[in-house]
Ligand binder design. Structure first.
Ligand code: DX5
Ligand code: ZN
Length: 221
């Protein structure tokens, strides 16, 4: 079984102090830094682009887990790779050529991930398993933090876990994850848990460590 990783999403951070916030969650025990890129086209919200990732890159040695909620994604892969992304995840729904996008990410020397919206069946990844380092299952409809967890995704997570089998592919779950549902998320098969509002709530760095630890403890139980 793979070690459980906690990936706080900086979408929930104070954007006026983003560099400090990244350093704070790094110190608070974040395993990965989840960076939610939104274009106002694929999702109904705009967050930040490659230049912001480049700006915060020097603030941590941590892995930048970049979640591209953009369409098209291909024209921007190189910019995010150069900005310092370590894992680049594209949405299966963002275009017609997922296999090509995943190959392009690996050609850039980065780990390749695919994300599935709640309505998208796991069959969407059936023919690209060998191109993947990560599968990101959305447990909210992408675009915003602070939404409620969609329990309907738990059986999809379990089915994807069995599709992955012994392959070196991480199973990440994203959206509405809290200390209260982390055990169910991990039991379903997730090994990497994104959390935005559940980590950043309280808005004080002292609480970040406790919030991350609570989610980790629940997931490892
Ligand atoms: C939603 C993003 C998620 C979100 C997580 O489109 O992909 O990463 O920021 O935030 P919470 O944990 O608050 O749902
Ligand atoms: Zn995300």
């Amino acid at each position: 079984t793979k070690e459980i990783l906690i990936a706080p999403s900086i979408l929930a951070a104070d954007f006026a102090r983003l560099g400090e916030e990244v350093a704070a969650i790094d110190a608070a025990g974040a395993d990965w830094i989840h960076c939610d890129v939104m274009d106002g086209h694929f999702v109904p919200n705009i967050s930040f682009g490659a230049d912001v990732i480049k700006a915060i890159r020097p603030r941590t040695k941590n892995i930048f887990d970049v979640h591209l909620m953009i369409a098209p994604a291909d024209p921007y892969l190189e910019a995010f790779a150069k900005a310092g992304a370590d894992v680049i995840t594209v949405h299966a729904e963002a275009g017609a050529h997922l296999d090509r996008s995943l190959q392009a990410i690996r050609m850039l020397g980065k780990k390749a991930g695919v994300s599935l919206c709640p309505a998208t069946p796991e069959s969407a990844i059936e023919h690209v398993l060998d191109r993947l380092d990560l599968v990101l299952v959305m447990t909210v409809n992408p675009g915003f933090g602070g939404q409620s967890f969609l329990g309907s995704q738990l059986e999809k997570i379990a089915r994807i876990k069995s599709m992955i089998g012994a392959r070196p592919i991480r199973l990440e779950v994203d959206g509405g994850v809290t200390r209260d549902n982390a055990a169910a998320v991990a039991a379903a098969g997730a090994d990497t848990l994104v959390a935005g509002s559940a980590v950043f709530r309280g808005n004080s760095a002292a609480e970040y460590a406790a919030n991350i630890a609570a989610i980790r403890t629940a997931a490892e139980a």
